[in-house]
Design a binder for this molecule. Sequence first.
Ligand SMILES: Cc1ncc(COP(=O)(O)O)c(C=O)c1O
Length: 430
Amino acid sequence: MMPNQEKTPLPFEKNLLHYGRDFQPEMIARAKGSYLFTENGHEILDFSSGQMCATIGHNHPNIIKAMTKAGDTVLHLDSTMVSRDVVALVEQLCSLLPDPLNKGMLLNTGGEANEAAIRLAKIATGKFEIVGMSGSWHGTTTGAASATYAHGRKGYGPAVPGSLAIPAPNCYRCPLRKSLDSCEMACLDFGFEMIDATSVGQVAAVIVEPLQSAGGIIVPPMGYLKRLRAKCDERSILLIFDESQTGLGRAGKMFGFEYEGVVPDIITLSKTLGGGLPLSAVITSDKIAQMAKDNGFSHYTSHASDPFTATVGLAVVDTIIKEGLVERSARIGQYLKDKLLELQKRHDAVGDVRGHGLILGVEIVANRETREPGYDLIKVLTKRCFELGLNVNQVGGPHTVWRLAPPLTISESEIDRAVDIIDTSLTELS
Ligand SMILES: Cc1ncc(COP(=O)(O)O)c(C=O)c1O
C-alpha cells in the first residue's frame, strides 16, 4: 500500500496559511472515483468525499465532459445575464423539490447559500433574529457563522445581534440527560421555551440541518422535524433546512427532509451539488421570493448564476438520477452500517453507530458503559487508518465521531476494504 517509503518533503510550512486543522502528511497527486493517490504512491480510500463534495466520485467523466462543454460555450457572465444551463439547473432542482419550493438562485459555497437564505428570511419577514442549533455548521461568513454553534465562534468579536440557539437532539449524549424512551423530545420544548424567553419578538427564521453532520452525525428522533415545523408555524417563523450535506442522495433519500416529509420555507444546497466544484443553491417559495423582492432583496456576488458551475451541477444531478445513486446510497449505506454494527459487537471502543444512507457516524468511546469520549483513542485510530489507506473525518463537539461519507458511487468491495482497515486499527488498539 505504501511502496515508496521515501517521503517527498512537504512544502506547506513556507507559504500556506494555516486555516484550520493540520494538513495531512502526504501530497495528493491525483484522485479518481473513491480513491486518492499520493505522490509517494499511497492509495487512500476517501471516506470524506473530499470536503463532502465528490458525490459521484472524484473526477467523474461526466463532470470533466461538462467542464469542457462550459469551456467551449460560456464560463462566466454579468450577474444580470443567464445562460440556458443556469435556468435548466434551477428548474431541475425545483422539479425535484416539493411545492411550494419553486424559486431558486445559484451561488458558490454553502456559507454563501446560507448567508443568502438568512438575508432572504430577514428581508421577507422584516425581522432579524435567527435561531440555530448547538453543534450546527453553516459556514464561516458572518451571518452563517453567527448561526453556527459547532466550533469556530471564539475570537472573532460579537456574533450578529439576534443570534439564538436551541439544543441539538443528540440522543446518545442528551443535552437534558434524559433517555430516548422517556424524553418526549424535551430538548425541543425546552429550546423553544428559551427562545420565547430570550427573543425580542423578532425571530425571522430557524436554520437547521435535517441530519447534523459536523455536530457528530446527529439524527433527530422521528417526529422531531414535524414538531419543529409546528413550533415555527405557531410563531410565524420561517424554517430553513441546510441540506449542504444531506441533499441529493447522500442520506439515502433525494433530500434529508424526506424522512419526515417536512417541507421547509427555504432550502439550501451546496457541497453535494457541485460534485467537487463550488456550486450552491438557495430555493424558496414564490410567496417568500415575492415578499423579499417587494422589500428590495439584493444579493449580488461576482459568481451568482455562473454558467460554468451550473453546467457541472446539471451533470452531477443528471448522473445521480440516471445512475440511481439515491437508491444506491440507501442500499450500500445499509451494507456499510451493518458491517459497522458488527464491528461494534467486537470492539468496545465503538460506542455508537448511526446515520442514514452514506452519511454514517461511529462514536469512539474510552468506556462504553459511561460513554466517556475516546479523545485520545480516535486520534490514534484515525492516524492508523490513514496509514493503512483510509481517509476518515473526525466530527462532533469533542471530535470523537468518525464521519463515514464516501462517494455515492462506492463499490461493495471498496466498503469491505475500508471496514477491514477500521477493524485492523481497532484490533491493534486492543
Ligand atoms: C451543513 C453545512 N452547511 C454549510 C456548510 C458551509 O459550506 P462551505 O464550506 O461551502 O461554505 C457546511 C460545511 O461544512 C456544512 O457542513
